[in-house]
Ligand binder design. Structure first.
Ligand SMILES: NC(=O)N[C@@H](CC(=O)O)C(=O)O
Ligand SMILES: [Zn+2]
Ligand SMILES: [Zn+2]
Length: 428
């Protein structure tokens, strides 16, 4: 028995959506036929009525925090993958800043084992660049690769030493895996919680300057040029970083980059005066000029993909206030509706542009055999309702984290069914 998804709208080109019937045969896409030629023979198969709904390849998120092992009060692999499924994501790549960090074969195996038994979407782990993310000693890249990591990162902190980063790039290049960089020079940040900008000035707060990010980007593209590694920049948030990445790409340096929905939609001027720590994340919300620059960077291809940087924290941790609360906001369950409502429904982007940035492009950048709807490919599929408007309600999240600045936002573009390898893992 297979599954027929009937009368689905599939993005063809620009904003053209054509009605298709899609047959799922086991864990693969069996065939895709034009709905114009009538209903297929569905006898003996399950059917899903997708009339009026958008069907996309399963969304892919290459930057997420699942918190397990060690921070299960914030999130677990069980709750994090359910949250991802609810957001329409079928593949997610998890960051190693857990406790212990993912810097040994055993921890990689632990995460992969948990994902297998308790997770509902595909989980691809990253391994640490340095032991304990302390920046002092490289991990065993070859052993971590053999255990299943798809790249190396110390996300949560920047690698402070240029020599350490260069050594890491050389080793990663030698085994054909990317370096994924959280770009932050600690000496320029020291204790600041929000970006240098109107909000910090108004409240007399120390600000995080744009250079703290861009200095690492500039350093690292030079090191990437010298080592030939695939260098991927995490959560780009500044105009200066966009400029440096654009320049590096023009030079043929193997650099790719990602941006998060919040950096495309919010600036520091949107932070409420009550200092709600649900507006605190790293990198911080920058100036409106930076927001414009990351949008332009995404549109011209300087920034390749969109990721959520889903970073759950407990309510109690976020209640400590702007200065003391940890950095990070949840992202899975609002990402697509936010971007659809803000950029596609307003006519600024085509539907295809948004879908590509969350499916085929992340697959291309990281060499994953996923992210397209084609006969013979893995049946990772997301069905989305583009019409129903609904308010963001954190109480409904599958994530343990409720830390979002988007509470109450009226959005369209809500996923209604998520299929991983031919199996429905979430349906509304
Ligand atoms: N983005 C965040 O604000 N926080 C992340 C760390 C990170 O992505 O750098 C976290 O682990 O909480
Ligand atoms: Zn980071
Ligand atoms: Zn992160």
């Amino acid at each position: 028995m297979g599954i027929w998804i009937l009368n689905a709208s599939v993005v063809q080109a620009a904003n053209d959506t054509a009605a298709k019937h899609i047959f799922i045969d086991g864990d693969k896409i069996g065939q895709i036929v034009d709905a114009a030629s009538g209903l297929p023979d569905t006898a003996g198969h399950e059917t899903i009525d997708a009339a009026g709904k958008l069907v996309t390849p399963g969304l892919i998120d290459m930057h997420v925090h699942l918190r397990e092992p060690g921070f299960e009060h914030k999130e677990t692999i069980a709750t994090g993958t359910r949250s991802a499924a609810r957001g329409g994501f079928t593949t997610i790549a998890c960051m190693p800043n857990t406790r212990p960090v993912i810097d040994t074969v055993d921890t990689v195996k632990y995460v992969l084992g948990k994902a297998e038994t308790e997770g509902v979407v595909r989980v691809l782990p990253y391994g640490c660049i340095t032991k304990n993310e302390l920046g002092r000693e490289l991990t065993d890249f070859t052993a971590l690769k053999d255990a299943g990591v798809i790249g190396f990162t110390d996300d949560g902190v920047g690698v402070q030493s240029a020599q350490m980063m260069k050594d890491a790039m050389r080793e990663a290049a030698a085994i054909g895996l990317p370096i994924i960089a959280h770009c932050e020079d600690n000496t320029l940040v020291e204790g600041a919680a929000v970006s240098e900008g109107a909000f910090a000035r108004k409240h007399g707060l120390k600000g995080i300057p744009n250079e703290s990010e861009a200095i690492h980007v500039g350093r690292d593209v030079l090191l990437a040029e010298a080592t030939g590694v695939h260098y991927h920049v995490c959560h780009v948030s500044t105009e200066q970083s966009v400029r440096l990445i654009r320049h590096a790409k023009q030079f043929g340096i193997k650099v790719t980059a990602e941006v998060c929905p919040h950096h495309l939609i919010l600036s520091d001027e949107d932070i409420p005066d009550n200092m709600d720590a649900n507006w605190k994340m790293n990198p911080p919300l920058r100036t409106p000029r930076d927001v414009q620059a990351v949008i332009e960077g995404l549109v011209d291809g300087t920034i390749d993909i969109i990721v959520t940087d889903h970073a759950p924290h407990s309510e109690e941790e976020k209640a400590r206030g702007m200065q003391l609360a940890p950095f990070g906001i949840v992202g899975f369950e609002t990402a697509f509706p936010l971007l659809y409502t803000k950029f596609v429904a307003t006519g600024q982007w085509t539907l295809q542009f948004l879908v590509d940035k969350m499916t085929s492009l992340p697959a291309q950048v990281f060499g994953l055999p996923l992210g397209t709807l084609e006969t013979g490919k893995t049946a990772d599929i997301t069905i989305i309702d583009l019409d129903t408007e609904q308010a963001v309600d954190p109480a409904e999240f599958a994530s343990k984290g409720r830390n979002t600045p988007f509470t109450g936002w009226q959005l369209k573009g809500w996923p209604v069914r998520t299929i991983v390898g031919g199996k429905t893992v979430w349906a509304n």
